[in-house]
Design a protein around this ligand. Structure first.
Ligand code: SAH
Ligand code: SF4
Length: 364
């Protein structure tokens, strides 16, 4: 922490913080004290951390950084959904969304500025990719939302989903670090079932995640055959459905979670036929799988339409008849473009190359 730019310590897992303190010549238990201030008491100013020595407080003030993302704007939808636009530096911005429901409050966080995965039905994908967020920028979203919500109405964040902008598993290290803070008893103390990483299907990283974190997994499937999925979710060309599903079943075995949630965006005339529902049922029946059908959320220039409600209902019935737990996700916050796949933030695209050359895995 002696470098010119002080390192932001928000979002570092307990183990990483212990190593930082050791590197400063301090005892590792300082990590626990610091986490209690940050996450337990929402105190981010070292000067106020009264159980640390005066010397350590001044060193932290000089050598470390605890700043939250800068808020550019906040919008509240008629249904109580809140969307924050956060500065990501250099004219970029990302979005965070809070979705209140009976008995719980879900925070949808971004993991990257834009996304390189290029899914054809996604507003973030259409913008291209700029950079990964740091663990501090991810956890900063949760701290900021918690603060704002406490000030406004007292609604609490009970669940965190990595379903905002970006492909979380392409920013593996920061996401695993942030997930550790979310589930740590001295962090946000959320059960690992209440922290969900959603991926478009980066198979090697799903396998690594099983070894390094045991959070809930959601997979954006969107098609039951490779030909269609190649078009909707281009990463499928590298990791086809059979390989992806095998990694999902291994993830369940290794992490002891109950099931994987498969997300399926309902696109009129594209992936919503009864034959496609039956093909999906064949892939998932007798497996630890549940399905979330997501009515397509339109955005300018998408070229897709949302399936009608009767079509969605019939599709769902096929899955239910096969014994697969299936829900249709309610569209929330549409009056402020805060629904799944509508997050656009402000992204300057740095990705010009075809899929094969994109920075699919950055960070280590
Ligand atoms: N990048 C991750 C998480 C982000 S998005 C992923 O793709 O899984 C969360 C979900 O919203 C994903 O299942 C994504 O495919 C879906 N989605 C994207 N664009 C959408 C849109 N326009 N309408 C509805 N869902 C969309
Ligand atoms: Fe990226 Fe997910 Fe959008 Fe695909 S759906 S472009 S992976 S954010």
């Amino acid at each position: 922490m002696n470098s010119a730019a002080p390192e932001n310590l928000l979002g570092l897992s307990r183990g990483s913080l212990e190593r930082r303190f050791q590197a400063m010549g301090e005892r590792p238990f300082r990590a626990r004290q610091l986490m209690k201030w940050i996450y337990g008491r929402d105190v981010l100013a070292p000067a106020a951390m009264t159980d640390l020595s005066l010397e350590l407080r001044s060193r932290l003030a000089a050598e470390a950084d605890f700043s939250l993302p800068v808020l550019r704007s906040r919008e509240r939808a008629a249904d109580g959904v809140v969307k924050w636009l956060l500065d990501a530096g250099r004219g970029q911005a990302v979005e965070t969304v809070f979705i209140p429901e009976a008995g719980r409050g879900t925070l949808c966080v971004s993991s990257q500025v834009g996304c390189a995965m290029d899914c054809s039905f996604c507003a973030t994908g259409h913008q291209g990719f700029n950079r990964n967020l740091s663990a501090a920028e991810i956890i900063g979203q949760v701290l900021l939302a918690r603060r704002e919500l406490a000030r406004d109405r007292g609604a609490a964040v009970t669940n965190v989903v990595f379903m905002g902008m970006g492909e979380p598993l392409a920013n593996f290290r920061a996401v695993v670090e942030a997930a550790a803070v979310l589930t740590d008893s001295l962090g946000f103390n959320l059960s690992r079932r209440r922290v969900t990483v959603s991926t478009s299907g980066l198979v090697p990283q799903i396998r690594r995640l099983a070894a390094e974190s045991r959070v809930a997994l959601a997979v954006s499937l969107h098609a039951a055959d490779d030909e269609l999925r190649n078009r909707l979710v281009p990463i499928n060309r590298r990791h086809p459905i059979a390989e992806l599903l095998a990694a999902c079943w291994d993830y369940v075995d290794k992490t002891n979670i109950r099931d994987v949630t498969f997300e399926y965006v309902m696109l009129a005339g594209v992936n919503d036929s009864l034959a496609q529902a039956r093909a999906l049922a064949r892939r998932l029946r007798h497996r630890p799988a549940k399905v979330n059908l997501i009515p397509f959320n339109p955005f300018p220039g998408s070229g897709y339409r949302r399936s009608s409600q009767p079509v969605i209902d019939d599709f769902r019935q096929v899955l239910l008849d096969a014994g697969i737990m299936t829900i249709t996700r309610k569209t929330r916050g549409d009056d402020i473009a805060a629904a799944c796949g509508q997050l656009a933030g402000r992204v300057q695209n740095l990705v010009r190359s075809p899929l094969g050359a994109k920075p699919l895995e950055t960070g280590s």
